[in-house]
Design a protein around this ligand. Structure first.
Ligand code: ZN
Ligand code: ZN
Length: 218
């Protein structure tokens, strides 16, 4: 589909007490919008959408750890939005919201006149998804990649593949929107991360596990 025809706007907000970032993604042409990981301060996220004349129709989840879905009940109830997540996180998401649909890998999920691509990104959890906005290029990575570091790797082999192959396959000028404000700056670019982030510079399982200070799987 021609998802690049209409640009989307990504608004980043830091919420709660755990340095969480949530995003509001809007299509200025149609006014349709999505929340990503409505964890805390849902009223503030929705005010941000309303202020721009946007209506939230979709909620994207990167994964269902508590600190990413703590506000999902409230956000789903107030908006009636359809929640989109990885098939492995469906059950956990359905605890919080009535309308939850799985995405397939590389699926383009329509948002207004544009679309956002679901990129399976296992490693932190088996059902992590990074959300890629084509225009202007941006990727929302949850706890997979932070500015200057990465999230915990429950499955280091999967995590390394996600970081190197999945994120490495995206345009390097794409802006990085991490799930937490753990870096020197709130956002960066994939190009900067591949040049400077030790999690991405470690390109073998052994070096990645050494960086994470975890035992390398045999
Ligand atoms: Zn997490
Ligand atoms: Zn987190």
């Amino acid at each position: 589909m021609d998802a690049s025809a209409s640009p989307l706007e990504v608004v980043q907000l830091e919420v709660g007490l755990l340095q969480n970032f949530c995003e509001v993604i809007g299509c200025p042409r149609t006014g349709e919008a999505a929340l990503v990981d409505p964890a805390f301060e849902v009223d503030r996220l929705l005010r941000e959408a309303t202020r721009r004349g946007w209506r939230v129709t979709t909620i994207f989840l990167t994964h269902t750890h508590d600190d990413h879905v703590a506000g999902l009940d409230e956000a789903a109830e107030l908006t009636g939005a359809t929640v989109r997540c990885h098939p492995l996180e469906l059950a956990a998401a359905r605890v919080h919201a009535p309308h939850v649909l799985a995405v397939t890998d590389d699926e383009w999920v329509p948002l207004g006149a544009a679309a956002v691509r679901a990129i399976y990104a296992p490693g932190h959890t088996p059902g992590c998804v990074c959300w890629f906005v084509p225009e202007p290029a941006a990727v929302i990575t949850g706890d997979v990649l932070f500015v200057g570091s990465c999230g915990s790797a429950a499955d280091p082999r999967a995590m390394l593949d996600t970081l190197q192959r999945r994120l490495g396959g995206l345009p390097e000028h794409a802006r990085l929107y991490p799930g937490h404000d753990y870096g020197k700056t709130p956002t960066s670019t994939l190009a900067w991360e591949f040049a400077h982030n030790p999690a991405l510079r470690a390109d073998t399982l052994a070096s990645f596990c050494a960086y994470k200070q975890i035992p390398a799987p045999r």
